[in-house]
Design a protein around this ligand. Structure first.
Ligand SMILES: Cc1cc2nc3c(=O)[nH]c(=O)nc-3n(C[C@H](O)[C@H](O)[C@H](O)COP(=O)(O)O)c2cc1C
Length: 363
């Protein structure tokens, strides 16, 4: 018989009371306010490092430095608001990936979530000297194998956790366009082979490595199903945390979630060359019609961005959206965004998820 309460989650000696990780959301959607609120409810609150320097006045002049300063400030702010577990999400695809990892470790962050690329260029000396746990975000057993093999050979350590992100997630996706709606790539399908890879390495290192499922997990019943039927140790959720008072985005961004219909949640081809899931609006429709918003690239923040060919600057569009200026941008969102119908507090949301998990456990 499965226990009725959600199990705690352990990354070695680091205990997370509630097995829910709030997914990092750039640009500026998950910062210290949301992250600390989630951590205060026993989950992992995650700050997104993606172009976080936009909150600093001289971002346009000194983007790289602003990112490091702003990230350290947000971590410090979050730590003042909670004693719970905090993380930072850093995309490998960011040009300043390495510096942001070092900055987070220096700031004493509990956890790092690294995805959107293979994490082969890690500042491993700094990480090994710290207490920071590193989780990798993957979308296939192939990528998991490559990462584990590389870390085993070159670093002599393994990641402390694995987040499996399926095709229903929001933001940039680790899938080809045609895989997104193919049932063979559903989160339920891609997770078990990834667990197999992790188990193999766990044995070699006699280390327990939690596997976390992400992408389209919406209710406490979903969490129950993934933990007890698919065999993961926890979940990562983002879309639901957008419609909370504590989420760091402007109210208009949250309203875009509340007002959208199922058919508005769409797949775009981002200027970075990856597919991404977002809420259709006038800005995206204009891009689809071929309209360009000329811009001067301040610095190539994403390694793969073809900014000379790009119809708009992705950072500028996401900053505009975070500030509620949706005429000049758009909201990234998970496939379930259309189910969001009101704004609640993080505590209300976490209580609802726990209650519905326990209800599912009773059936
Ligand atoms: C608005 C938004 C922004 C996101 N930004 C990032 C990001 O910067 N880096 C990242 O690794 N994942 C990002 N994600 C993915 C989430 O962290 C998460 O894994 C995923 O959305 C989970 O699926 P769900 O939204 O259905 O719960 C973003 C998701 C959303 C909704």
């Amino acid at each position: 018989m499965s226990s009725k309460k959600m199990p705690s989650l352990y990354f070695d000696d680091l205990k997370v009371d509630v097995p829910i990780i709030q997914g990092g959301m750039g640009v500026g959607i998950s910062m210290s306010s949301l992250a600390s609120a989630v951590a205060n409810q026993g989950g992992v609150g995650v700050i997104s490092a993606a172009e976080i320097g936009f909150i600093k006045e001289d971002f346009a002049k000194h983007p790289k430095e602003s990112n490091v300063v702003a990230l350290k400030e947000e971590i410090a702010k979050a730590k003042q608001m909670t004693n719970g577990v905090l993380g930072v999400n850093i995309m490998v695809a960011m040009t300043d990936f390495y510096d942001l990892v070092v900055a987070s470790v220096e700031a004493g962050i509990d956890m790092l979530f690294v995805g959107a690329g293979l994490p082969f260029g890690m500042p491993m000396d700094e990480i090994k000297k710290s207490k920071t746990k590193v989780c990798v975000i993957v979308s296939s057993d192939r990528a998991t194998n490559l990462i584990f093999k590389y870390w085993d050979r070159h670093y002599g350590v393994l990641p402390d956790g694995v987040v499996v992100e399926g095709p229903k997630a929001g933001g940039h996706l680790g899938f080809k366009y045609e895989q997104i709606f193919d049932e063979n790539f559903a989160l339920e399908k891609i997770t078990p082979p990834i667990i197999d890879v992790v188990r193999k390495y766990e044995k070699k290192y006699s280390k327990k490595i939690p596997v976390i499922a992400a992408g389209g997990i919406y209710t406490g019943e979903d969490i129950y199903r993934f933990i007890n039927k698919i065999g993961v140790d926890g979940v990562q959720m983002a879309t639901r945390f957008v419609a909370t008072y504590e989420c760091d985005a402007d109210i208009k961004f949250k309203e875009a979630y509340i007002n959208c219909k199922k058919e508005d949640v769409t797949i775009i081809k981002s200027p970075v060359g990856l597919p991404g899931r977002a809420i259709r609006n006038k800005f995206l429709e204009a891009v689809e019609r071929g309209q360009k918003s000329p811009f001067k690239c301040v610095w190539q923040c994403l390694k793969g961005c073809q900014y000379r060919k790009a119809p708009y600057c992705i950072t500028q569009a996401l900053v505009n959206a975070q500030k509620g200026r949706l005429a000049g941008g758009f909201a990234f969102a998970g496939a379930n965004a259309y189910r969001v119908d009101k704004i609640v507090s993080v505590k209300e949301l976490m209580d609802e998820l726990k209650r519905d998990y326990e209800k599912a456990a009773e059936i």
